[in-house]
Structures are given as C-alpha cells and as structure tokens.
Design a protein around this ligand. Structure first.
Ligand code: 8YV
Length: 329
C-alpha cells in the first residue's frame, strides 16, 4: 500500500520529522518562509495531508482551487483562526489541532509576561545590558506587587485554567473569570474563582486581565478603546492568545496616555509586523509569539499531529478534529 503523502509547510523539530518520515511519504518546505497562496494552491492538488502552522494564512485565496486532492489539514498548534474552516469544509478537508500539550507552557509564558510587565523586567534588562545601570537606589524601577492582586481570565479553556491555577496557588491571586459558555461551579471552586456575567463587568474589577479566548473574526478587536477604558487605572493587559483580539492602535493610545498601567503581548495583529506605535510604549513588554516554544511542547505538538494523522488515515475520527468531514476509509 502506498504511504499517504504529507507536506510540512515549515520545518518541525527533527525528532518529529523523523517519526513522520518513517510512516508517511514526507515532503518538507526547505525554504525558511511560509508558502505563498500560489504555492499553497499547488500543494492542495498534490498532497494527501498538509500540515500547516500559524504562519499559513489559509483563506479563500489559498483554497481557491476547483478540486482539492488534500483530505486533511493537521494543524501544528491549538489555535486555528488562520484557517478558513468553512472553506476547508466545502472542499471536504478535515481540520485538526493540538490542544492540551501546550497548555502548561503557554500558561507559564502568560505568568512570565504578567510578572515582567508588573515588575518592569524589560526596563531592568535593557538598563543592565546597555551599561546604563548606575547602582541601587530606593526608588529605582519600582513596579507593582503581583501577589494577592485580582486577575481576570478571559476564556476559561485549558490554558486559561492553567493560568488561574498558577496565579491562585502560586501567587495567592483572586481569580475572576469571563467565559462565553457557563463554567461548571466545581471548575471555578478549584481556584476559588468567581464568574463575571460579561466581559464589561469583569474589566473594572481586575488589576490584571489575561486573554485566553480563541481568535478569529468573532473576537476581532474585542478589546477596543471602550473596553480599555473600563480597565482600572494602573491595570495590566496580557495577551498570549491571538493578536486580532486587541485593537493595537487603541492599546498604544491607552499605554501612551497611561490610562492603564501596562501591557504584555506575545501575539500581534499582523505578525511579524509590529505596529510602530507599540514600539514607542515603554510600559509594554513584547515577545515574538513564543507561548509554546519549549522543546517539550513543540515535540508533544508534533506527536499529537502524528496521532491525528494516524487516526485519519486509519479511517477513524481524529481525536482533535475541529472540522468534521467524513473520515477516509
Ligand atoms: C504555536 C499557538 O506555536 O498553538 C497555538 O495556537 O499560538 C502557538 O503556540 C503556533 O500556533 C504554531 O503553529
């Protein structure tokens, strides 16, 4: 039996590429850049499976082929707002993602950003490296205490829960949650959290707000200038979810006029482009989309993709199916 052909749109950790290569007819994109829409359309005519990442914008243009040969997009990552799932479905292409295996590392990074912005770690690091530090003084780089403060979690899925656990058990923070669907009381009780009825109700109650909801058109600019205005003066916004959730121009304005205390971002509206207004903001920490960037998580994500592919090509329903089409027999 011939092995299904599989295209990796970017290079993955070597151990995963090796495992994929042992089971599938593996093709690698050796260029260190994402595929263009034209290259993507070409790939759809040839490969049984295409394994994309967040840098592949799989919208109508990339899917504009009369008939796709590809049967599955097995995405390397939990978020899939870069894939037009309706268009994929109309071609009969199944879509899977990689939940669970990156939740802890992404939550660790969210906590790191929260601490960095509150305690001015970026300012301090820049000062030391540039040789500008002229010694200890009582009012030098004073930040904001984290322990015991109130943290608002927007989106109480796997990552949001891990952040709540760290913040509550490790830092004694009070947790307030806003989630689109009701959260079971036991899940709230696990971190002594209370649920806010709306996002607008959560924002004024929090010293820190951390975003953990899915991106996509439905969430676009959910945090806009009005909602930034509902945050406490001195409060901090943390985004490790998706860039489109925050109106960056409105955020830059809030940071410049110091209507909030600061922000920390791992994701951006037009990655890897950074809004030049954000670069001007001193009370902002920025990282290059590295929430899941640990050897452990990236390996586990790859193995999870492999699981999904194996299920799919064995005719079973993949465990992480987000778009359902009939499975291959
Ligand atoms: C991934 C992420 O590295 O999983 C996600 O949704 O944002 C990142 O942790 C990225 O998506 C890889 O494609």
């Amino acid at each position: 039996m011939t092995k299904p052909s599989v295209l990796l749109t970017r290079r993955w950790p070597a151990a995963v590429e090796e495992k994929l290569g042992a089971q599938y007819d593996l093709h690698l994109n050796r260029a260190a850049r994402p595929l263009s829409a034209e290259e993507f359309r070409e790939a759809l005519q040839h490969y049984d499976a295409v394994l994309p990442t967040v840098t592949d914008k799989i919208g109508r243009e990339s899917l504009d082929v009369p008939k796709a040969h590809t049967k599955i997009f097995a995405n390397y990552g939990v978020g899939y707002s870069h894939i037009d799932v309706e268009a994929a479905k109309s071609h009969g292409i199944a879509v899977t993602n990689t939940p669970d295996v990156l939740s802890e590392c992404t939550a660790d990074l969210a906590m790191m950003l929260l601490l960095m912005v509150a305690r001015r770690a970026g300012d301090g690091e820049r000062e030391v490296r540039s040789g500008q530090w002229d010694g200890w003084r009582p009012s030098h780089l004073m930040g904001t205490k984290v322990s015991g403060k109130t943290l608002g979690i927007v989106g109480f899925g796997r990552i949001g829960r891990e952040v709540a656990r760290r913040a509550h058990c490790g830092f004694g923070m009070e947790i307030v949650v806003y989630n689109r669907s009701p959260v079971p009381p036991a899940d709230l009780a696990a971190v002594n959290a209370r649920a806010a009825p709306t996002l607008d109700a959560l924002l004024p109650d929090c010293d820190f707000v951390s975003l953990h909801c899915p991106g996509g058109a439905g969430a676009a600019r959910m945090i806009d200038s009005r909602r930034l205005g509902l945050m406490r003066p001195g409060a901090f916004l943390i985004n490790t979810a998706r860039g489109e959730i925050v109106d960056e121009a409105a955020l830059a304005q809030a940071l410049m006029f110091e209507t909030i205390g600061g922000a920390a971002l791992d994701v951006f509206e037009r990655e890897p482009a950074i809004n030049p207004m954000l670069v001007q903001c001193e009370n902002l920490v920025m990282l290059p989309h590295m929430g899941s960037a640990t050897r452990e998580a990236r390996l586990a994500m790859g193995l999870r993709v492999l699981d999904n592919l194996n299920d799919f090509f064995e005719g079973k329903s993949p465990r992480d199916r987000v778009v359902c089409t009939e499975t291959r027999t």
